[in-house]
Design a protein around this ligand. Sequence first.
Ligand code: NAD
Ligand code: ZN
Ligand code: ZN
Length: 337
Amino acid sequence: MKAAVVRDFTAPLTIEDRTLPEPGPHQVRVRIEACGLCHTDIHAARGDWPVKPTPPFVPGHEGVGIVEAAGHEVRHVRVGDRVAVPWLADACGRCDYCVTGWETLCLQQHNSGYSVDGGYAEQALAHGDYVVPVPHGVDPLDAAPLTCAGVTTYKAVKVSGARPGSRVLVSGIGGLGHLALQYARIAGAETVAVDVTDEKLALARELGADHVIDARTQDVAAETQKLGGADAAISLAVSSASFQAAYGALRRGGTLVLVALPAGGKLELPVFETVLNGTKVVGSIVGTRQDLAEVFRLHQLGRTRVIRESRRLEEVNACIEEVLAGKVSARLVFDLR
Ligand code: NAD
Ligand code: ZN
Ligand code: ZN
């Protein structure tokens, strides 16, 4: 089977022919139909973060496909089902985090496309209990971006405390941000969208953003303060400077939700203002299997729109350059059918 492999953090990915993996007792083998290119895959391929994957590895944590083989202990999915293989490849299932709805914080977890091989391949192994069924009527090319960009921003909007009448700033209208904007609107919030390309700002308007700020030419904090400040700001841009701007956009009692993970990302907080303003700063990492099921359900109900373009897996290196150059409409998805 064909796979795109990271062999070295400083070299392009290589397309290789690998032997078909056999599932263990608790695993399924998924024939991948589609896998999105998340900016995290670029961080993985370049070894951007303090905890690095070990080459050679296959990136991809937005894999969607059909279960082709299942181990004898697999119960909740069957051969023929369409499933998503998300970032949370598996967790221990027993620790306090796992049993209280915070499995994404489990210390024993594995991650697809990072610590275990992911979806940039014709076939992928996954844990039968951690794949999430994709409901009928949801296009696999839509399901793929929902599997990370969707679930991550759905969770971030929940964590932000967005509610009807609140004002939520979304910084970065890329793969994650274009969905964050939609979930904030579903939550009933007034939305402020921030980006640095004309295409993304136009997309934000098209998706119904109430206010649009161009961070190249406008002061994000000052413009948002003119509106009364943001109750929550969700940081999705791969830029430390954008975190600072999002912090400055908050009103008193506001919440900054950190999601983007730029290499060496730093945020300096002024203690005095943070205390006096009662500001909250919170990190948010992907979402649970339940969050993803809710994301799929919302999409099935027609409440969300996934903006994406299809590509061939062989184009992976050119696709990475496209994302880094900001030339992508929102998400690139490898179509492996
Ligand atoms: P992306 O490249 O698709 O989107 C980034 C967007 O930010 C682009 O639209 C870009 O134009 C915009 N941008 C760049 N500089 C900006 C600035 N100064 N102000 C405002 N906007 C700016 O990336 P993505 O796939 O959406 O991922 C975003 C980040 O989130 C990555 O760092 C990724 O690793 C991270 N991520 C985190 C989680 C998590 O669970 N915390 C999950 C998935 C991805
Ligand atoms: Zn991702
Ligand atoms: Zn656990």
